[in-house]
Ligand binder design. Structure first.
Ligand code: RP5
Length: 183
């Protein structure tokens, strides 16, 4: 028996892919105004060591950019797309229609209807083209990244490991009892 675990060819490929910094996850959003929320997805992927890219892609203001982005996503090496949009949030559904990669939608909180419009626009996809819909706003953006990591984890041991570490740290940070001195 070897003293140290051997690294299989497959694991080596995974490590190389992650180390190459080639984006595995694409984070897109309909507007610059979505960035405050969507940067939480980016920060979470960074924390997990998952290479990703961030782009503004609007279904109605830049439809050609959206088409090109979705159509080229798989051949460019992306594995998952996270799409954030607010209001009549058709971006995640349109992108999902153009690629068979997994698409996770983040409903961004809108001014008029507090994001309920965004949520319903994203989650109510007719059968045939799925969009995995997360919670409205910050929680949804963070969880979209964690869900992307979960989806990738069976294929990339390094991601499984960083996800397990994230969860352990989260669990360890929960105190036994409440305190007056914590904000
Ligand atoms: C959507 O319209 C965007 O995703 C954004 O959430 C919302 C408002 O966009 P701006 O008017 O702030 O650019 O397309």
């Amino acid at each position: 028996q070897p003293l140290l675990p051997t690294v299989t060819t497959q694991q080596q490929t995974n490590i190389s892919l992650i180390n190459s910094n080639k984006p595995m996850v694409g984070i897109i959003m309909g507007s610059q105004s979505d960035w405050d929320v969507m940067k939480l997805a980016s920060n979470t992927l960074t924390q997990l060591g998952i290479p990703h890219e961030t782009k503004i892609v609007s279904a109605h203001r830049t439809p050609d950019r959206m088409f090109e982005y979705a159509k080229s996503a798989r051949s460019r090496g992306l594995k998952v797309i996270i799409a954030g949009a607010g209001g009549a949030a058709h971006l995640p559904g349109m992108v999902a229609a153009l690629t068979s990669l997994p698409v996770f939608g983040v409903p961004v909180q809108s001014k008029a209807l507090s994001g309920v419009d965004s949520l319903l626009s994203i989650c109510q996809m007719p059968a045939g083209i799925p969009v995995g819909t997360l919670a409205i706003g910050a929680a949804g953006a963070t969880n979209a990244a964690l869900l992307a990591a979960s989806v990738l984890s069976p294929f990339y041991p390094a991601i499984e490991s960083s996800l397990e570490t994230f969860r352990k740290n989260q669990t360890d940070a929960v105190a036994d009892s409440p305190s007056d001195n914590v904000t």
